[in-house]
Write a protein that binds this ligand. Structure first.
Ligand SMILES: [Cu+2]
Length: 186
């Protein structure tokens, strides 16, 4: 009788562990719906015309934005950290589709580059910055003419299928917005 009871307890414990394991595995499968958000915190009033009004608008003023473009501790542009890709590093299983949404109030690009560098907007590469500034060199994948930028407007989403390997993405407007998407074989 004791043996039967122990077997029953054993079975219950096993089923509980199996149940938890299945749930964890399920969560992992769900996380294989990879997404990246293009984020900023632009204040529509001071970014007059450059920033759409979102349901929850940003509150970084243009002055605050410019205030964090440079640091006296760096010879090149730093950039405001609220302008970012979220997450900025993502492991993706091969075959899954990456969804990229502009959740910010400004236009951004999600441009694949061989190596990270500057974008298409001179002043946001550091041109005209404090004396001694060395501007970033434009990544060749970012067009020399800003009119040719493939801008993702606020609210827009694109879906990307990526080959195996590490992919570097940057914003050709705000070159400190960067992400690495690492696509791994099953
Ligand atoms: Cu951007």
């Amino acid at each position: 009788m004791r043996k039967v009871r122990m077997l029953t307890y054993g079975l219950v414990v096993f089923l509980c562990i199996w149940g938890i394991g299945t749930r964890v595995a399920g969560a992992q499968v769900k996380s294989q719906d990879p997404r990246v958000a293009l984020m900023d915190n632009c204040d529509p009033t001071t970014f007059n015309g450059l920033c759409v009004v979102l349901p929850r608008p940003g509150d970084t003023t243009l002055t605050e934005f410019f205030g964090l473009l440079f640091s006296p501790l760096s010879t090149t542009i730093i950039g405001h950290p609220a302008w970012r890709f979220e997450p900025s590093y993502l492991d993706v299983r091969a075959g899954h589709t990456l969804r990229v949404t502009n959740s910010g109030g400004e236009g951004h690009t999600f441009t694949e580059v061989a190596v990270f560098g500057g974008g298409s907007i001179g002043p946001l590469n550091g041109q005209g910055g404090p004396s001694g500034t060395v501007p970033l060199t434009r990544a060749p994948e970012c067009p020399a003419n800003p009119a040719a930028l493939a801008v993702l407007s606020p609210g827009d989403t694109v879906s990307l299928k990526l080959s195996a390997g590490a992919h570097n993405f940057m914003c050709c407007i705000h070159p400190w917005m960067r992400a690495v998407i690492d696509v791994e074989e099953e």
